[in-house]
Design a protein around this ligand. Structure first.
Ligand code: AMP
Length: 428
């Protein structure tokens, strides 16, 4: 077991095997010994790098090796995450590992307890779940503070703090909540900060938080995305849905994650795909928490072939071996492009990322490529030859494929309809 060389206790091997991890990923190789030593860690790592287990395994071991006496479990490890989805994923991994740890004898220390708390759902079950305390709490910052305010938990015994996806925590406006949480923690503790990117605010947070951290860098640059096969298809705006359906059918894609620019577009495209005979669901921030969980679980378990989503799913969610990602609407930035396509090709598996490029977004696509040092050829799927005229860079700007003053004219539409009719018996 190559994990053994990192200092993990043999009691954890069964769990690692059950998770299907044959060998540690690079971030795990560096982080696990550092966390076990008690060092602060600053890791540049994306979802997909194995970052969760990189801190979850050694932190659980530290708690497991130092069991508390009977009585209420004080929070000893706090993991702060930006989204409910990530909270659930981290919680699932922790519980899976705990399930495989040797059970303590009746007179031994009580088993470790994990609690996962996040906003957008009723607070009462979470309060009940915290009765008797929890050794390890995974939380979004706002709900954590609510629970502290209502006396459901205390943070004055925290020994290990993890900020997972720190850039996203700050992006989502959690800076004030973070400050409030940090003020409740004891000064002496181990701090781990993980982030995909390091803008000035994240760097500032790291400087303020960490003492002589072990620095770990697993950058996801264009070169590191080599395991993902990337394609760009030129297509007319109005024919993207038909092309997508054609690709899904013709190439037998299963579990396709499709990114669009808005909640409305997600619903609209999912509706269209369903009407076309596929099983597609929309996933976005406008859904209730319950609906989001249900949709995601359904997609993970293969109940839907297509998940049409906004950038809500671009980071954080993890679906094992997601084979295909489609940029139906192009992402806003090159960084978002990496996050989106990084949903496939996870943990060493190969993946496919397809971007649909319309005339109006051609200049934007070229910019993304330049930033990512990519030079993908623009391909055309037979039967979907574009008819729209290219739009000069300066006019490309509505973020959604259409540009004012450059919408297809009546003549363009007639031409497109004629092309559609000509190919209606074509590719399917
Ligand atoms: P994460 O970056 O933590 O979101 O993990 C991404 C995916 O990689 C998850 O599906 C993990 O189960 C998987 N994973 C993590 N570590 C390993 C490993 N050592 N070997 C194989 N898969 C792993």
């Amino acid at each position: 077991m190559p994990f053994a060389t990192l200092g993990l206790h043999p009691a954890f091997f069964e769990a690692i095997q059950a998770l299907g991890y044959a060998a540690p990923t690079p971030v795990q190789t560096e982080a696990i010994p550092a966390v076990l030593r008690g060092t602060d860690v600053l890791a540049q790592a994306q979802t997909g790098s194995g970052k969760t287990a990189a801190y979850a395994l050694p932190l659980l071991q530290r708690l497991w090796e130092h069991p508390m006496a009977r009585g209420p479990h004080p929070v000893r490890t706090l993991v702060l995450v930006p989204t409910r989805e990530l909270a659930q994923q981290v919680g699932d991994l922790l519980r899976e590992v705990l399930r495989h740890l040797p059970r303590s004898t009746t007179d031994g220390p009580p088993p470790l307890k994990v609690a996962v708390v996040f906003g957008g759902v009723s607070i009462n079950p979470q309060m009940m779940g915290l009765r008797g305390g929890a050794d390890l709490v995974v939380a979004t910052p706002g709900r954590l503070l609510d629970l502290v305010d209502s006396g459901a938990l205390w943070l004055n015994k925290v020994q290990h703090l993890v900020l997972d996806e720190a850039d996203r925590l700050l992006d989502l406006g959690f800076a004030d909540e973070l400050r409030a949480v940090l003020a409740l923690l004891p000064a002496r503790r181990q701090n781990l900060l993980l982030s995909a990117t390091f803008p000035a605010e994240v760097q500032g947070l790291a400087d303020a938080l960490l003492r002589a951290p072990q620095r770990i860098q697993v950058p996801e640059t264009a070169a590191d995305l080599s395991r993902i096969e990337q394609h760009a298809y030129r297509v007319d705006t109005a024919r993207r849905a038909t092309l997508l359906r054609h690709l899904i059918d013709a190439r037998g894609w299963r579990q396709t994650l499709v990114f669009v620019a808005s909640q409305y577009a997600a619903e609209h495209l999912a509706f269209k795909l369903n009407r076309g005979g596929l099983s597609a669901t929309a996933f976005h921030g406008g859904l209730t928490q319950g609906a989001r969980r249900e949709v995601l679980a359904g997609f993970k378990h293969g109940e839907a072939d297509v998940l049409v989503t906004t950038d809500l799913a671009a980071r954080g969610i993890d679906i094992a071996q997601l084979p295909v990602v489609v940029n139906f609407d192009l992402p806003r930035s090159a960084v978002d492009y990496v996050h989106r396509i990084g949903r496939t090709g996870r943990a060493g598996a190969s993946g496919l990322a397809v971007s649909l490029v319309t005339a109006a977004r051609l200049a934007h696509w070229q910019l993304i490529q330049k930033r990512q040092q990519l030079a993908l050829p623009l391909e055309v799927v037979p039967g979907f030859e574009p008819t729209e005229a290219d739009v000069p860079a300066a006019q490309d700007g509505d973020g959604n494929g259409g540009v004012k003053g450059k919408r297809p004219s009546k003549k363009d539409k007639l031409r497109a309809a004629a092309a559609l009719a000509a190919h209606s018996n074509g590719p399917r």
